[in-house]
Design a protein around this ligand. Structure first.
Ligand code: TYM
Length: 340
């Protein structure tokens, strides 16, 4: 390899893939743990982002809700800064290669490996009447999402890291069984915000379901709703604004503030040194309102024109399908399927 080739390889743009599921209402946790960084990554990397609608049906969902949630999330991805011209943004079900590769990868995933997934165990406990095979297979579909695009980096919140690890295991197994086929990706979580907790129960994850009420800040919440929820946020009976394991409520609020302002927890602590809890909660609420305001405004504009939104979906699906097909053809050949 000559020097020029070496340099070109070193400078090769990294490929990034991530996705979000259209269940429930997207939260500040989704934003600070993942979506916040997705727009910027497109400056230096080739990025692909999907609305993981196939993943949404592992838990019962009404057709109308699935349709509305998928459109809402697609518009939100653009509203947080993903550029549909520069980046690839699409609905997972629009690219059939995801389901195809998922079937193939099932045969390179061990039952025991899938059984160990924490999210499968948690969701099985929450929905004992609907422990379906899709729920079990969920991480294999995720692996297909990532591997189809030969992604180097998968930016996610902490709860998805175990699934990315399983994806690495599957990719390595396939590469060793045949010849190198898939890029083995790494999961990347942000320094602050990888796990945002509920405002009403700071030991639990901030979740998307409406039932989580005052504990979850939704990206599309009105300023009034945001301020009201922060006002009610659980703190403790102390007065010190310092992050520590024994102060989960305060730590969560400091984390939110630090992630929103791109500062460290220590810097956030200094800003609130002599503040009362009431003032502190108000200021974190205000910072959140200002963080989410431009997103909500852009979102509303995008939702005003359904046809334009559908055109953007088609464009994203076309770009994604082209890349996905290249990997899928390679995989079929390697396994030994007859190609004509
Ligand atoms: P989902 O839809 O549950 O969440 C989308 C992203 O938001 C992150 N996240 C959080 N981060 C911090 N604090 C929280 N409270 C919080 N809640 C959620 C998640 O970690 C995630 O990054 N299975 C995935 C979607 C998916 C996917 C993929 C992701 C499908 N295929 C391929 C990566 C690669 C999911 O359900 O994410």
């Amino acid at each position: 390899m000559n020097e020029q080739n070496l340099q070109q390889n070193a400078e090769k743009r990294k490929r990034v893939f991530s996705a979000i599921k259209p269940t429930g209402n997207p939260t500040l946790g989704n934003y600070l743990g993942a979506m916040k960084y997705w727009g910027d990554m497109g400056k230096d990397c080739d990025t692909l982002f999907a609305v993981a609608d196939l993943h949404a049906i592992t838990v019962a969902i009404e057709p109308k809700e699935l349709r509305e949630n998928s459109k809402r999330l697609f518009a939100l991805l653009i509203a947080v800064g993903i550029d549909p011209e520069r980046d690839v943004v699409f609905l997972q079900s629009h690219v059939t290669a995801h389901a195809e590769l998922s079937w193939l990868l099932n045969n390179y995933t061990m039952f025991g490996e899938a059984s160990r997934m924490t999210q499968f165990k948690d969701k099985s406990k929450k929905n004992p009447d609907n422990i379906n095979v899709g729920l079990f297979d969920y991480p294999v579909l995720m692996a297909a999402d990532i591997l189809l695009y030969q992604a180097d980096i998968v930016p996610v919140g902490e709860d998805q890291l175990q699934h990315v690890e399983l994806c690495r295991t599957i990719a390595n197994r396939f590469n060793n069984r045949y010849t190198p086929t898939f890029t083995v990706p790494v999961g990347k979580i942000p320094t602050y915000g990888a796990r945002i907790h509920s405002l009403s129960d700071p030991t639990a994850k901030m979740g998307k379901s409406e039932g989580e009420g005052d504990g979850s800040i939704f990206i599309l919440d009105t300023p009034d709703a945001i301020m009201r929820k922060f006002k009610r946020a659980v703190t403790d009976c102390d007065t010190e604004i310092k992050a520590s394991e024994s102060k989960p409520g305060i730590t969560n609020l400091l984390t939110i503030y630090a992630a929103e302002n791109d500062i460290t927890i220590e810097q956030a602590e200094r800003e609130f040194q002599n503040c009362s809890y009431a003032d502190f909660k108000k200021r974190v609420g205000e910072a959140t309102v200002e963080t989410l305001r431009p997103i909500r405004e852009k979102y509303e504009k995008l939702r005003a024109d359904d046809n334009a939104l559908c055109e953007l979906m088609k464009m994203g699906a076309q770009k994604a399908a082209y890349l996905a097909r290249k990997t899928l053809d390679k995989v079929y050949k390697k396994i030994g399927f007859v190609r004509v």
